[in-house]
Ligand binder design. Structure first.
Ligand code: NDP
Ligand code: 2IT
Length: 450
């Protein structure tokens, strides 16, 4: 191991030993940077790694709100403004009970690299709350969002920091957040949030962008190995925004999706998942995936059992698309997938494969599309939303989708070029890290010690 990387890893492991997800994300990146750090001794003198690992700013705040029973509830709010090196801080907001500083920092750190790969002028950040939207009424969601924004507004702005959605934050939440921001600021600053509804400033195809982009990336990766999605079996974890539109594009590319999941379990439908039914359950009723069986009695449901491999990865598949959450695809799951003949894994979620799972997949010649490259279509389209807001103009759905497709092709080519240049044998995970790091390190050198 390169001595500079080892020293920085040792320091960070000690300093942040209570932040396991952040340490995991850092370790994965730093280990893969060895060839480029070896080739550029000037990076150590400028303390590039040390500076890249510390957020420019991390904001923690109280979010008090009143539930439908009239009780006062207090949640914790976060915004980690990780890097403004190449543009305003940019990244989603996550509302989930598991949210803590470690998860916010891992997501913010990943976001810097992802945003650099898009080639667009966006820095990296992430935020959210340990608020659990499940089971809350629409009024409770609105009151929570308003309280959250009453503090967040002072830290964000269309040229400063531009949040968007993530787990538990979709068009409904972005709408309530935007309404409160606009009220406080007494100005329509459309570019302050992305993922807005198209009826008041959102971009066509933003809702679809992460899932569609993932499939464009997987298509390019397969094409490079003389394969295609046509006729392939696909399994997808999750049934939220990313999973649903990954499923839609997989069908459009001629594949058959046989399984999807939520945090309770997964459905397997050998006939092919009926996506309209999933959309109805998840986007309209906000229900549980198990309800799929009510209208599809021939499908099967496998409940999650604690501590076991997620049941969705036990299903035989050609292509696995983890689109739910971090560390959902473990080494055990990777072993099952490989023994069932998987050829490619595309990460729709952020850091869904554990480090050991990724290494096992790569060692067994499975093509792996790393999250920061493969799911970058969402934030790239957010940047396209920002540019439409600045122009006070809208592109058509086809125009946005064409731009998204070109960006994803470009990202894959960058990952492949980095892998080829350093002789990494089709390791597009390391390729993504190296390609992004190069852009960031050069920008840091150019801007001096800040
Ligand atoms: P949604 O809230 O729309 O959907 C999340 C899905 O993942 C749900 O099916 C949810 O199930 C499941 N899930 C969430 N947490 C867990 C958990 N701890 N264990 C098992 N399942 C879980 O979120 P998104 O689709 O927007 O996000 C999914 C992933 O994609 C996240 O990792 C996010 O960071 C990443 N991502 C999102 C982008 C976007 O544009 N939205 C862009 C790039 C990445 P349940 O309903 O039961 O909780
Ligand atoms: O993880 C991600 O890239 C997102 N949740 C989307 C961020 C954004 O700003 O669109």
């Amino acid at each position: 191991m390169n001595a500079y990387i080892q020293r920085v890893l040792d320091e960070i492991n000690e300093r942040y030993n209570t932040q396991p997800e952040f340490l995991q994300a850092v370790k994965e990146v730093l280990i893969s940077l060895e060839p480029i750090i070896n080739a550029h001794p000037e990076y150590e003198k400028a303390a590039i790694l040390e500076r890249m690992l510390e957020p420019e700013r991390a904001i923690l705040f109280r979010v008090p709100w009143i539930n439908d029973k009239g009780e006062v509830v207090v949640n914790r709010g976060y915004r980690v403004q990780f890097s403004s090196l190449i543009g305003p801080y940019k990244g989603g907001l996550r509302f989930h009970p598991s949210v803590n500083l470690s998860i916010m920092k891992f997501l913010g750190f990943e976001q810097i690299f992802k945003n650099a790969l898009t080639g667009l002028p966006i820095g990296g950040g992430k935020g959210g709350s340990d608020f659990d939207p499940k089971g809350k009424s629409d009024n409770e969601i609105m009151r929570f969002c308003q309280s959250f924004m009453t503090e967040l507004y002072r830290h964000i702005g269309q040229d400063t920091d531009v949040p968007a959605g993530d787990i538990g934050v979709g068009a409904r939440e972005v709408g309530y957040l935007f309404g409160q921001y606009k009220r406080i600021r007494n100005a329509y600053e459309g570019g302050v949030l992305t993922g807005k509804d198209v009826c008041y400033g959102g971009s066509l195809a933003r809702k679809e962008a992460t899932g569609y982009g993932l499939l464009f990336y997987v298509r390019e990766m397969l094409k490079n190995h003389n394969q295609s999605l046509e006729g392939k079996i696909v399994t997808i974890s999750g049934s939220g925004n990313v999973a649903i539109y990954a499923c839609e594009k997989a069908y459009a590319m001629g594949a058959k999706v046989v399984a999807m999941s939520d945090s309770n379990g997964c459905v397997y439908d050998a006939e092919g998942i009926d996506l309209d039914c999933i959309k109805q359950i998840k986007e309209v009723q906000r229900g549980r995936i198990k309800e799929y069986l009510n209208s599809h009695p021939n499908a099967q449901y496998f409940e999650n059992t604690n501590g076991q491999v997620s049941p969705v990865w036990n299903i035989k598949t050609d292509i696995a698309l983890p689109c739910a959450t971090q560390n959902e695809l473990t080494l055990d799951a990777a072993k099952v997938l490989v023994s069932n003949g998987v050829i490619a894994v595309g990460e729709g979620a952020n850091m869904p494969c554990t480090y050991e799972a990724t290494q096992y997949l790569l060692d067994n010649n499975v093509l792996v599309g790393a999250a920061k490259a493969a799911n970058a279509g969402g934030v790239a389209t957010s940047a396209i939303e920002m540019s439409q807001n600045s122009m006070r103009y809208y592109y058509t759905f086809d125009e946005v989708e064409k731009k998204l497709e070109q960006i994803m092709i470009h990202i894959f080519n960058d990952c492949k070029a980095a892998s080829d240049n350093y002789g990494l044998n089709n390791n597009y995970v390391a390729g993504a890290n190296i390609a992004a790091f190069k852009k960031l390190a050069d920008a840091m050198l150019a801007q001096g010690i800040v």
